[in-house]
Design a protein around this ligand. Structure first.
Ligand code: UD1
Ligand code: CA
Length: 454
């Protein structure tokens, strides 16, 4: 049986007090809507439709290639929002999974079990419910004497007695195609003058259809994000979830509450991560690494036994086995440290290869360089890779030795086993095994101080 997911994301999200649509606000580094898309994909949706409206262009841009977009030009309520998909789904006979776009914590497996329960019951609709200590703002589940759903009443429309109910509507449902026969019957006769999707359940019951509820044991997943406080709460929950999964897989987080790891990041076992470390994007860390404190990795790839001292910032760079970075080093996009390479204190590397076992221990800038194996770069060496218009390459061949405080004016090449004298400004290639020195000779003026005193 086919399942189509419909995500309702046309609402304004007024309480965010933002110029951006609510579902594009990020939780653990990812737009909320993207987390929901991933969950419905994991649940087995073969097609995803997102209803957009308020700030819809920005939402549609995110969805390109990921989901179909349907416009709800006027936000007349959740029932009206679902109705906008009717045309796109004409002739569809499978199941619909309907959910809001602002539930970033919902898990794919939970949505999948909702769908399975819906199928097993042969229901026309199944509502996912949960129990909350503070149900303020949510629609309440009203059950009849036999314990079956009779209707859902919105907080704003509820009687004082109904307000004491703690079982709430999560806003997540499975529907059969019959839903489209009752949606046109919705009427906005409520406090908010909206076409409530929740009223469709009572209409299905009146039409003699089977409607079920599934009460999920844990409420945390269904917490919606309506304001910045809830955004921060969702962030904390998601981060804790990622941290717990990593710890369960054999990663040591010295202080999980102070470690910031985005979902999708992979870390190998026996790696130790110190506090105030950020692992972001598509970062992959191998086994037995030691990272941090205070390090930031974005789209970085680390092999095994890599050591990042405190203050390393690694963006779109690759560090092979046994390489070592920091403290206080910046590896920019396109940097690649081969096995056992070492980049030390206050060093910046951009778009360069540092060969196996090579060392750049202190205070250097290396850009657009190709450094061979076993090279030593003295403190304060920089590549002058930019002439104001173009970037030029520097090549340093195997086992070369670059003296401290050298300027390598690119394009330039230092040959195999060549030496460069400290303080040189190298503008011409240095041949293999040669010594290149480019500085004026020292002159000592005898008794200069004594004469000056007289
Ligand atoms: C809705 C439910 C409520 C449930 C709660 C769970 C209704 C009437 N009520 O209330 O029972 O407890 O969710 O969070 O459904 N949207 C549109 N178009 C619209 C209106 C809303 O796309 O015209 C979207 C919103 O962007 C949002 C979702 O639908 O993603 C829910 O809308 P919202 O207004 O937040 O409903 P709630 O009042 O929270
Ligand atoms: Ca809501």
């Amino acid at each position: 049986m086919e399942m189509v997911a419909v995500i309702l994301a046309a609402g304004k999200g007024t309480r965010m007090k933002s110029r951006w649509p609510k579902v594009l606000h990020r939780v653990a580094g990812r737009p909320m809507l993207e987390l929901v898309l991933q969950a419905v994909r994991e649940a087995g949706a073969s097609r995803i439709i997102v209803v957009v409206g308020h700030e819809g262009e920005a939402v549609a841009a995110l969805l390109e290639g990921q989901a179909e977009v349907v416009w709800q030009t006027e936000q007349l309520g959740t029932g009206h929002a679902l109705l906008q998909t009717q045309e796109l789904l004409s002739g569809f006979t499978g199941d619909l999974l309907v959910l809001p776009g602002d539930v970033p914590l919902v898990r794919g497996e939970t949505l999948r079990s909702l769908w399975e329960r819906h199928r097993a019951a042969g229901a026309a609709a199944t509502v996912l419910t949960t129990e909350l200590n503070d149900p303020t703002g949510y629609g309440r589940i009203v059950r009849n004497r036999d314990g079956e759903l009779s209707r859902i009443v919105e907080h704003k429309d509820a009687t004082p007695e109904e307000l004491t109910l703690r079982e709430v509507n999560t806003g997540i449902y499975c529907f059969g195609p019959q839903i489209f026969s009752v949606l046109p019957q919705l009427r906005p006769d409520n406090v908010q003058r909206e076409y409530y999707l929740t009223d469709a359940l009572a209409l299905l019951l009146q039409a003699g259809q089977r409607v079920c509820c599934w009460k999920a044991p844990e409420a945390e997943e269904f917490k919606g994000v309506n304001d910045r406080k809830q955004l921060a709460e969702a962030e904390a929950v998601l981060r804790r979830r990622v941290a717990e999964e990593l710890m369960a897989s054999g990663v040591t987080l010295v202080a999980p509450e102070l470690t910031f790891i985005e979902p999708g990041v992979r870390v190998g076992s026996d790696t130790i991560i110190y506090p105030f470390t950020f692992l972001e994007g598509r970062t992959v860390v191998g086994e037995n690494c030691v990272i941090g404190p205070w390090s930031r990795l974005r789209d970085a790839v680390l092999g095994q036994e890599v050591i990042l001292e405190g203050g390393a910032v690694i963006i779109e760079a690759e560090l092979e086995d046994g390489s070592r970075v920091g403290p206080f080093a910046y590896l920019r996009p396109g940097s690649r440290l081969r096995a056992g390479a070492r980049v030390g204190t206050f060093v910046e590397v951009k778009n360069s290869v540092v060969g196996p076992g090579s060392k750049i221990p202190h205070l250097s800038y290396i850009g657009d360089a190709d450094i061979g194996a076993g090279v030593n770069i003295g403190a304060g060496t920089i590549t002058c890779n930019y002439d104001g218009e173009k970037k030029w390459p520097t090549v340093i061949e195997d086992f070369a030795f670059i003296g401290s405080n050298t300027n390598l004016v690119a394009p330039v090449r230092v040959g195999r086993r060549a030496y460069v004298g400290a303080g040189s400004t190298i503008t011409k290639d240095v041949p293999e095994e040669a010594l290149g020195v480019a500085r004026s000779r020292q002159v000592n003026i005898p008794e200069w101080t004594r004469r000056k005193r007289r």
